[in-house]
Write a protein that binds this ligand. Structure first.
Ligand SMILES: C[S@@+](CC[C@H](N)C(=O)[O-])C[C@H]1O[C@@H](n2cnc3c(N)ncnc32)[C@H](O)[C@@H]1O
Length: 537
């Protein structure tokens, strides 16, 4: 077999392109390039199909996968799709004279539905639902594949869904995509398709300290799929260093012979409805006994969404200017930055008011006061009543019926989950979720302070983390249901004496926080009490 030698077998083409073309342009088309070593590994998976003749590269870029393929096997016909003219013309000159690579300046999603391939290899564009024409694209995929998609679906999962439908018998797929879909709601359908098509073989999750893609905020994973009969075993590997890719290389060369790479599951063991993190990451919760669902003890719901914060929120001076009295204003925390420690007291609230922070929400339903009526008319004149959320409410300026919750939890955090005891008993916008302890006969003796003491500990955070969403670079997000579905230690098994000990430490900690000299060793001591009582090893 003839090997083409003047093909560039490294990332120099991509580097040169990134130097020449602005970041703005590259971002517009999601042009983040695959490291050559990774592309090469993925190419090897395709080459493992001994009958590999036709290959599709749906998001061609500068054709790194095609380069990796044809340096190893030249007698394959490759078709590439690309939508950006700039990169397309660069790619054309890189592949000039190589006749078995056919490049099309066309969108992948809307073309080529009737063709099937022996190999499909791709690093698809990463676009959130609001960054591409999601309505038309989703409709196209839904009508072609007869599926119902979540409107929040990211474009990369649509590429994958289409590619799964374009495999010849024994055909193989290698995709590199963000690992987000493994643990996000919009990923359920893709996971179900990977199972239903019986093509999924191996998911390799990158857990690198640095990003694989230089300037994009995602963690990545490689999917290896094959349309053959060896669908009994699915592997999950988690890789933290590039040189660990060697184990994957071994898996690929041995396939379908079993190797001891990663964690292995039977196809019917995989549940598309749950977060797949549990298949590739050691769960923190398994280290503890007496775990119960958090939802047994508390319910988490999102904070108040006004639909027009600028209009609905008030500072003291705005209230004076508009002549609106406290009777028509509901105390409310509007910004996360206004809460410093883990306790939010009436004093803290008063300070916000006195420093003229937004600390109130308009509460105007049923008001007969002239100034309030004037302010409502102003809202109507400026179209606030026609906004997405306000238009569905009656009257449009009514607030969501959400009483203040005794505990808040931060939504998006770099340093992990943060719980706040709302001692001021005020409302909160969506910057926090509300945590309401459950009032049931089983748990009516749950002491909110003991619960909160637990929520302050590292153990609580670790166990919640089993259910977080990842946004790369250590950024975590918790939707209310991630917390509702998470586990916690069962505090009802604590004896009275231990409970008192915890409360003593907790009260001391509270005092130090209020004096603005927080003594974290007190929380560490609470953590230790829980560790001694619940840790299995
Ligand atoms: C993440 S880059 C990957 C490039 C290259 N395959 C690599 O791995 O280095 C995605 C490429 O897909 C192209 N692209 C974006 N939307 C597309 C679409 N709808 N159809 C085909 N290509 C698309 C972008 O212009 C970009 O070059």
């Amino acid at each position: 077999m003839e090997i083409i030698t003047d093909i560039i077998a490294d990332n120099s083409v991509e580097k040169e392109y990134s130097r020449k073309i602005s970041l703005g342009h590259r971002k517009k088309y999601a042009q983040f390039f695959t490291p050559y070593t990774v592309a090469n590994l993925m190419a090897q998976w395709l080459l493992g199909n001994k009958k590999l003749k036709t290959v599709l590269e749906p998001a061609f870029g500068l054709g790194i996968f095609s380069r990796a393929l044809i340096t190893q096997q030249s007698d394959i016909d490759i078709k590439g799709f690309e939508v950006d003219e700039t990169i397309f013309s660069e790619a054309n000159s890189t592949f000039a004279g190589i006749e078995n690579v056919q490049l099309l300046l066309k969108d992948y999603i809307n073309n080529d539905w009737d063709n099937k391939y022996d190999g499909i290899i791709c690093n698809p564009p990463y676009f959130k639902f609001h960054d591409y024409d999601n309505k038309t694209t989703i409709k196209e995929i839904e009508s072609r594949l007869k599926v119902k998609l979540n409107g929040f679906t990211n474009l990369y999962t649509l590429f994958l869904l289409k590619s799964i439908s374009q495999l010849n018998p024994n055909g193989r797929i290698a995709y590199i995509i963000p690992s987000e879909f493994l643990n996000a709601d919009y990923g359920k359908l893709v996971k179900a398709s990977l199972i239903k098509s019986k093509t999924l073989r191996h998911i390799i999750v990158f857990n690198f300290k640095e990003n694989v893609f230089d300037d994009v905020l995602t963690t990545a994973c490689i999917l290896l799929c094959s349309n053959d009969n060896n669908y009994q075993k699915i592997k999950f590997s988690s890789i933290s260093k590039l040189d660990e890719l060697e184990t994957i290389r071994n898996y690929i060369s041995a396939y379908p012979t079993e190797t001891n790479t990663g964690l292995t599951f039977a196809m019917n063991e995989l549940n598309p409805e749950i977060k797949w993190r549990k298949y590739y990451q050691i769960q923190n919760g398994i280290r503890y006994k007496n775990l119960i669902p958090f939802s047994n003890v508390a319910k988490v719901v999102r904070g108040i969404a006004t639909g027009a914060n600028e209009y609905f929120t008030f500072s003291k001076s705005k209230a004076i200017e508009k002549g609106i009295g406290e009777k028509y204003l509901r105390p409310c925390i509007c910004k996360a930055i206004d809460v410093k420690g883990n306790f939010f007291t009436m004093d803290n609230f008063q300070k916000l008011v006195n420093t003229d922070r937004q600390a109130y929400l308009l509460n105007a339903v049923g008001a007969k006061n002239d100034n309030v009526i004037k302010y409502i008319e102003l809202g109507e004149k400026t179209g606030i009543d026609k906004k997405y959320l306000t238009a569905c409410r009656t009257p449009w300026f009514s607030l969501e019926n959400r009483p203040p919750s005794p505990i808040w939890v931060s939504v998006f955090n770099r340093s992990g989950l943060k719980f706040i005891r709302n001692e001021a008993n005020i409302s909160n916008l969506t910057t926090f979720h509300c945590v309401y302890p459950v009032q049931s006969s089983l748990f009516d003796n749950i002491n909110v302070d003991v619960l909160f003491a637990y929520l302050l500990t590292d153990i609580a955070r670790e166990i919640f983390e089993d259910n977080s969403r990842e946004y790369g670079n250590g950024l975590q997000k918790f939707e209310p249901n991630d917390l509702n579905k998470a586990m916690m230690l069962d505090l009802s098994v604590l004896d009275k004496e231990t409970e008192m000990e915890i409360l003593k430490l907790y009260n001391k900690y509270r005092e130090t926080v209020l004096k603005e000299i927080p003594d974290e060793t007190l929380v560490d001591s609470i953590n230790e009490i829980f560790r001694n009582k619940y840790c299995l090893y």
